[in-house]
Design a protein around this ligand. Sequence first.
Ligand SMILES: [Cu+2]
Length: 297
Amino acid sequence: MLVRRLAAAGLLAATAVPALPVPAMAHGAPMTPISRSAACGGNGTQRGAAACKAALKATDGFLGAYDNLRLANVKDDRARVPDGKLCSAGIDLYRGLDLARDDFPSTKVQSGQKLRISYRGTIPHQGSFRLYLTRAGYDPAKKLTWDDLGSPLADIKDPPLTDGAYRMRVTLPKRTGRHILYVVWETSNTPDTYYSCSDLVFPAAAAAPSTPAAPPATRKAAVARTTAPATPASSAPAQPPARAEPPATIDAEPAAAAGTGNGMVGFGHWLIGGAIVVALLAAAGAGVTRLRRRKTH
Ligand SMILES: [Cu+2]
């Protein structure tokens, strides 16, 4: 009786499997600028780095998969993810990523730069990316808190997915030294929200307040001398207009029209379905070939 019931259950499970939706596996992380999870997590690209070794040690020798740092059914990021645990989203398997260290694999950037973001989507999902940057004065020797972030620099919905990565750009405001780009990817076609910390390094602050003005002036003078050697020094070019701080504009990569992301997600699912169909056809084909061979012999 029990055996028969188990057998029936097994048969049911076996027949039910192909009809089930593709299970949520994994999913994504920023590769550019490199995130702590993509550098140090399972299958990470820089696991030999000192900070990654320390992170691994702090997580009892095992860090979760680099593209799987996610929480389900988040209603409010701040309520769900505790201060000091932003880089791990409070998930125990990633707690080493919360270490306050200034040597996690990082990306050199400049104030005013239009930073390209490449967020690998190992399984595409629809959704929005919220991009935060730590405030001026952020101290990398302390664990990251929500107060360090303020409000997002950008909120980008369904950016285009090309070559396996979501492409976005964000103009970086003025900062000096080490900072963190915190990316929250709230998907809309699964219950999951993904979190990541990417370490950025801006040029260090100038040593003294009087020095920054000097170099541009001398460079201007040098240019004037080389381009117009006959001009007397007194008729040096007028002061150039003050360069306005570029606004913190944001945009997805201009590549594609809206909706491409959705199309790609659909296409991804179609691919998986297609692969199953192809496998079934191949199996059927092999059977037919075998039958034919048997007939001809
Ligand atoms: Cu996923």
